[in-house]
Design a protein around this ligand. Structure first.
Ligand code: FAD
Length: 281
């Protein structure tokens, strides 16, 4: 963890672009609550196919015009250089200075991977076409990406993104701090020394968490799964337990030198705000 201790911790929130009018209104309220906590920035996710991409752009430009510091996510799978370039030009014109650059996942029904195969190629293209205009974040996987050939191959592929010009990383969420510490130590031994900020998922609904975790390869440790299962529909107990577990993990991460925390807010202010205030950030 030595490489991480030199960085000033940064705290940030992730939002997703809503599709409905109601969702848009809810997000406006959520971000008004969250901005009072004084995060370094808000990131806005990018849908891998079709219409949600437009929603990302709209949400980002609206927030930017309201004075928020925004980092749009941009994914390259199924896209072309021309399309990516056009989006980045809009961000540049709007004064966006930070991006989260991803490969993304192939939407069902889409047959062609597009001009970029991996996030490292996207990072290289952004640097080639836009120089140092954007601070580039990439994704990291302390429990390894589900499609990775091996843990070592995934680490090498993570390094490719840093070598291509990424400035820092945000991790997939996890509930096992040791996986993060081990991942960071492995990165250090490969000469990677950029900030690797843990992604934190507050625990809201058990069924939703299981669904997400199965898809993205994040492990829910057995003892946490068993406790959550046992609460059934009792969301007050789920939230209380989840707040304890996640806050304790965040405390440990920060104590050991994590360079901040990135919260997957799921467009809800409540649980994230409560963890934040318990941590005394
Ligand atoms: P990559 O870094 O390209 O890696 C993908 C896989 O390919 C890995 O298994 C890697 O080991 C392998 N690989 C990489 N390079 C090579 C190579 N040269 N040769 C062989 N194999 C290689 N998804 C969205 O659709 N929208 C979002 O907004 C979004 N935001 C995210 C934010 C964070 C912080 C994280 C952690 C994930 C996010 N995702 C998002 C999910 C992400 O798109 C998926 O996890 C996707 O499957 C991988 O994207 P990546 O950028 O990590 O891919």
């Amino acid at each position: 963890m030595e490489s991480q201790k030199k960085f000033t911790p940064t705290f940030s929130f992730e939002l997703f672009p809503p599709q409905s009018e109601q969702g848009i209104e809810n997000l406006r309220l959520t971000r008004k609550k969250l901005v009072r906590l004084n995060p370094k920035y808000f990131s806005v996710t990018f849908g891998a196919g079709g219409s949600t991409r437009e929603h990302t752009l709209e949400t980002v430009l609206e927030m930017q015009s309201e004075g928020y510091v925004v980092a749009p996510h941009i994914s390259c799978i199924g896209s072309t250089k021309q399309k990516i370039h056009a989006i980045l030009e809009k961000y540049q014109e709007a004064g966006i200075q930070q991006l989260v650059a991803l490969r993304g996942d192939m939407p069902s029904g889409m047959a062609r991977a597009g001009e970029f195969r991996y996030a490292s190629e996207l990072v290289a293209y952004i640097r080639e076409a836009f120089g140092q205009i954007f601070h580039i974040e990439v994704a990291a996987y302390p429990e390894y990406h589900p499609q990775a050939r091996s843990a070592q191959a995934d680490l090498e592929n993570f390094k490719r993104k840093i070598d291509a010009g990424a400035d820092s990383a945000i991790t997939q969420y996890f509930y096992n701090a040791d996986a993060y510490f081990h991942f960071v130590d492995s990165c250090e031994s490969m000469g990677i020394s950029v900030p690797i900020v843990p992604g934190i998922m507050p625990i809201n609904k058990f069924s939703q968490l299981v669904r997400f975790s199965d898809t993205c390869g994040a492990e829910i440790p057995r003892w946490i799964r068993k406790k959550l299962e046992g609460f059934g529909d009792d969301s007050a107990s789920i939230h209380a337990f989840g707040l304890d577990v996640v806050t304790e993990m965040c405390e440990r991460l920060l104590k050991e030198g994590a360079p901040g925390l990135h919260f997957y807010t799921m467009n809800r202010a409540n649980l994230t705000s409560r963890i934040w205030s318990r941590l005394g950030i």
